[in-house]
Design a protein. Structure first.
Length: 179
């Protein structure tokens, strides 16, 4: 996938094979004051013991967006939310496209999570004023889902799969399709 289209719902794909999976839908919208990300997740066994912002949410069920506000693939934001609305936020410096250095930050966005009949949904709103250097024409992102199983296994899904066991591959970030 080279680009995404605003307000279009996409099914995330299994991260290592690229196989489409119908268990998570993602959409993005550019609103007047900021970006809105929506996830609708089917999950029969929600696992997330976290209760405080900036705990290691990626060790359990969560959804996340990696976002480079200006297209610089060495510097991007990690925006993550648990099925219960707990947030994680950090600045990432990734010098070689594989090695992420994280600086945790106080979450600069709002998030809402809601349990549904077959899983959960998450809405994330981040203001443009929180995205230094934001340029809609240059920004790049990728969206992800982490699915922790009772067995301990963790399944990974992506809007644009990185084809490996890590999401920190900014060369797979995508921009908005030209209109």
């Amino acid at each position: 996938m080279e680009n995404f289209t605003e307000k279009t719902q996409y099914f995330l794909r299994e991260n290592t094979s690229g196989r489409e999976d119908k268990s998570c839908r993602f959409s993005c919208e550019f609103a007047k004051e900021g970006m809105i990300f929506c996830f609708d997740v089917r999950d029969e066994d929600i696992i997330s013991p976290f209760t405080q912002d900036n705990e290691d949410l990626w060790r359990a069920d969560a959804v996340e967006v990696f976002l480079s506000p200006n297209g610089d693939l060495h510097n991007y934001k990690e925006i993550e939310v648990s099925p219960f609305g707990v947030r994680f936020y950090g600045d990432i410096y990734n010098s070689d496209g594989k090695t992420a250095a994280l600086t945790k930050k106080t979450p600069a966005y709002q998030a809402w999570a809601e349990q549904t009949d077959g899983g959960y949904s998450v809405k994330i709103v981040i203001g443009y004023d929180s995205l230094e250097g934001f340029d809609r024409a240059k920004m790049k992102l990728n969206a992800y889902r982490l699915d922790k199983k009772q067995s301990g296994e963790q399944l990974l899904y992506a809007l644009n799969p990185t084809m490996c066991g890590s999401f920190h591959r900014p060369q797979y970030f995508i921009g908005e399709a030209k209109k």
